[in-house]
Design a protein around this ligand. Structure first.
Ligand code: ZN
Ligand code: ZN
Length: 194
């Protein structure tokens, strides 16, 4: 059970039912390995802890995710959960991050997203953001109620996932191998997009 709490240092407030439902719905999609890497989902609306331009963040290596109560969507939770799990894997000392860097291309930011193997401009700003935007986009693609960067990328390019090239298929494979997504969701994702 992931702890959910208000984290703004003032007196505790009750999270409203809608917010709890949204978190639970988002967590329901994730693999048990990912969920186990989340220590706490905390809300902080004081306007200082989470800076104005930020939507949310994940503290390095602690599994603590901080969110604002608004705007909040499942995609943000998936994105931060991917950070928490990535930090967890790095902390364990496995090869995931090394493997991700290996399959990632070092291509100029002037090139297209597809050329660079990333799925959004934000994903191209840092390798950790690349991973988190990928994971959030996969779950958003699987969830009929969420909008996904993948839908955008494929629609605007008129391509199928398999046409995007080797970097894309290798990244998806790594996310399956290291249990960011289950085998079932991996297959479902390919079924939708190939
Ligand atoms: Zn925080
Ligand atoms: Zn991020």
């Amino acid at each position: 059970m992931v702890l959910r709490q208000i984290y703004d240092g003032k007196e505790a407030k009750e999270l409203d039912d809608g917010m709890i439902k949204l978190i639970d719905e988002a967590l329901d999609w994730l693999t048990p390995e990912m969920i186990a890497s989340i220590e706490c989902i905390a809300f902080n609306d004081d306007g200082k802890h989470i800076s104005g331009s930020e939507w949310a963040h994940c503290h390095n290596y602690t599994g603590i995710i901080c969110l604002k109560t608004a705007p909040l969507c499942k995609k943000t939770i998936w994105h931060e959960a991917a950070h928490a799990y990535t930090f967890h894997l790095i902390h364990l000392g496995g090869d995931f991050y090394k493997d991700w860097l290996e399959v990632s291309k070092t291509v100029s930011r002037k090139e297209s997203l597809i050329e660079r193997g990333v799925i959004s401009i934000y994903g191209g700003t840092h390798k950790l953001e690349d991973i988190a935007t990928w994971v959030a986009a996969i779950y958003s693609s699987l969830d009929p109620n969420s909008w996904s960067d993948f839908d955008d990328l494929l629609r605007s390019s008129g391509m199928k996932f398999r046409d995007l090239g080797e970097v894309f298929s290798k990244k998806l494979e790594l996310l399956r191998k290291y249990k960011f997504i289950s085998q079932k969701d991996y297959e479902k994702f390919l079924e939708i997009h190939n």
